[in-house]
Each structure stands twice: as C-alpha cells, then as structure tokens.
Design a protein around this ligand. Structure first.
Ligand SMILES: [Zn+2]
Length: 386
C-alpha cells in the first residue's frame, strides 16, 4: 500500500474542528456539512467523538446512517466504553472506521494519563484488538508522536499493527515539528517498524507555528498516504492543516507532490462557504485558496496583467477551486483598463474621451473611498460631464 501514490483525505472538521472556540455546530448543521464533505470527495469523515456527549453520539450515528460515498469514523480513547460507543455510532455506515488513540510521549503518559510505557503498550494492544472486533478498519494514533521517544514510538506502532490497526497516525499534536523533522519521522518509523508496508501512515498537523500544511505535505513525502485535515484549517488552538491548502498544493505543484487523491477541487470554495455560514466566523480575507481576497487583484499593474492573461499573477484559476465571483477589485490602485473591463461587464461600452472623463472621476472617488462598488460606477457614468 505504501507504494501507491494515492493519498487518502481524512477530514476532521466535525471533530477536531468542531471542538474549537466559535466552531460548535448543531446536529442538523453537522449533517449538512457531512453531506458536503462527501460531495467534496473526502475519503474518511471523522464525524465526532461518540463518547463525548449524547449529542455527539447522535450526530455521528445520523451521519453514518445517511451520508454515502465516504467512510464514517468516530474517535475513541483506549477505554472499553469509548470503543463500544464509537462502534455503535458508526455501525449504520456503508463503510466505517474506529479511530483509537493513546498518547506516546513521556510527558503525556506521566502528567496526563499517569501510566508507564509498559502499561501504554498493553492498553494500545488491548483496545485496538477490541475495536477490530467491531470494524474491519481501525486506525491507531500515537498522540504527541512528534515529542515521543523514537524507540518507544517504534514499539507502540509495532504493537498497534500486530493488534490489527490498518492506519497508523503520527500526529504533531502541538504543532511543534518542522517539515524536515516530520518527513524524517515517517521515514524512520517505516524503516524500523516490522510490516510497515502493510498499513497506511497518516499525518495530523497543527498550525501553531504556521507550518501545518507544510508539515502534512512533508509527511507525505516521507511515505504517509493519509492526511488528517480540516476545512479552512479550523481546529484546536491555531487549528489544523487546511484541506484546501494541501489539495491545492498537490494540484498546482504536481511536480513537487506527484500524488493522486479523490478531492473535487471545484467543491473547495462551496465547502468553505458552507462552513463559514454554519460556524461563527469566515476565513481571514487573505486565507490561501478560499479567502475573500485569494484571487483579488487591486493594483493597476496586476489587474492589467490578469486581464491580458490570468497566468501573469494567478497560479490557479478561481474557477478551478469553485470561485465564481468577480476577482477584479476596483480601488485607487486600479488602472483605466480594469475600469473599462468592469464597465463593459456592466453593459457600458465606453472608450476614448468618454472613458477618460469617467476614469478621472473614478480616481477622485477612489482617493476618498477604499472600495468602489458597482453602484458607485453607475453613478460615475451617470454624472454629467463637468
Ligand atoms: Zn488535533
């Protein structure tokens, strides 16, 4: 499996994303979002953490019941009750997965779980085996993998594979790793763990140092064939690697990332828009791929170039990621060509002196006003020539 260049997209918008401030979703909203994630071509939807609350359990179960086309997954700690709840919630799905996790760093084992390394190995084996009695697709995550002792990480991954896990996730839980380190981690683990080629390795990257996407892609270069991501990067603290960024990097830089996936690129923007309507905020305007300004050109030089040939300042077209709105923003940096283009789109065929006169009034207005809207332009055209 590790030979294949197909990368599995595992979306955790409804679990890691939903548990962050301002991102709480109601039952119906989670179901709408899950349907859209399936339309986007996500391979695995982590629909929630079934044991966390009755609401979470019900949402995972409803998504498992009605969303088709994606594998439906629930998170579970190494506890019998967690695994039983996860199993019951994902049971109605066409295809399902149980995602079992246990911390592997000494810091987490000692300070949080208060168990020894030996106990951690036992717990991992026991609960992966238990999960395998409920689903033929079990994923094991070694939480805080990037701050774990490498020899112990080899041990716990080995134990999880022996117990039946088919996907092994090595999360950068606290967003601490660098791309070079993260790539090396996958290379080392795949080299040292017996039967590593029989499972799929996964990335799970947080953006605390702004390296979530870079780390996820580095993990894939190191041999990972699953990425755990969220729409617009929502998630704990600074968030997760953003699905649209990882997918766009693979599409635009196929030379550097020669991998295939199932993501339908034109659904990226509609998915981000739906999420923005559901949670309490939209992505920052300068957010890569789906931000309001991601394809906006205001400076005259850039506008002239893009109107002549979009490739001058665009590495991908807005349409390729599902953006249909106008990408030319008129402001004080805009030139005559951009104004003429917008006038033409609005049905005004102006040229020569007529255009000069409107352009002069436009620049005067743009000095006073940050953004020029279509209604401003109608007013400019309608003004009598002074
Ligand atoms: Zn996370």
């Amino acid at each position: 499996m590790a030979e294949s260049n197909r990368v599995v997209f595992f979306d955790t918008t409804l679990r890691d994303g939903e548990q962050s401030p301002g991102c709480t979703m109601h039952h119906e909203e989670k179901i709408r979002m899950a349907h859209q994630l399936a339309a986007l071509g996500v391979d695995v939807i982590e629909a929630g953490f079934a044991i966390a609350s009755t609401g979470d359990f019900n949402s995972v179960q409803a998504i498992a019941h009605e969303v088709r086309g994606s594998r439906i997954c629930s998170l579970a700690r190494c506890k019998r009750a967690d695994i039983e709840a996860a199993a019951k919630a994902v049971e109605p799905a066409q295809i399902n997965r149980i995602h079992v996790f246990l911390a592997s760093s000494d810091l987490h084992l000692e300070a949080k779980l208060k168990i020894t390394r030996a106990q951690a190995l036992e717990q991992a084996a026991e609960h992966v085996k238990l999960a395998c009695t409920y689903s033929d697709d079990v994923e094991f995550s070694a939480e805080d993998a990037t701050r774990s002792d490498i020899d112990f990480l080899v041990q716990i991954v080995t134990v999880a594979i022996q117990a039946g896990a088919k996907t092994i996730n090595l999360p950068d839980t606290v967003g601490y790793s660098t791309p070079a380190e993260y790539q090396q981690l996958f290379e080392t683990i795949r080299e040292r763990v017996p039967n590593a080629d029989s499972v799929i390795f996964s990335t799970h990257c947080h953006d605390d140092l702004g390296m979530g996407t870079a780390n996820a892609l580095a993990g894939v270069l190191g041999g990972a064939r699953q990425v755990e991501v969220t729409i617009t990067g929502i998630g704990e603290r600074a968030g997760n690697a953003a699905l649209e960024e990882v997918a766009a990097a693979m599409a635009v830089r196929r030379d550097a990332y020669p991998f295939t996936n199932n993501i339908k690129m034109t659904e990226l923007y509609p998915t981000s828009k739906l999420l923005g309507e559901i949670i309490s905020f939209s992505p920052a305007p300068n957010k890569a791929v789906v931000g309001k300004n991601a394809f906006a050109h205001e400076s005259g030089i850039h506008q002239h170039g893009v109107l002549a040939n979009p490739l001058t300042y665009e590495i991908m077209t807005p349409a390729s990621v599902g953006v249909t709105a106008n990408n030319i923003v008129l402001g004080k940096h805009s030139g005559r060509k951009a104004l003429q283009h917008r006038l033409h789109e609005m049905g005004f065929a102006l040229a020569g002196e007529e255009l000069d006169a409107v352009y002069l009034r436009f620049t005067e207005l743009a000095d006073r006003k940050k953004s020029i809207y279509d209604q401003d332009i109608v007013a400019l055209v309608g003004e009598p020539v002074a």
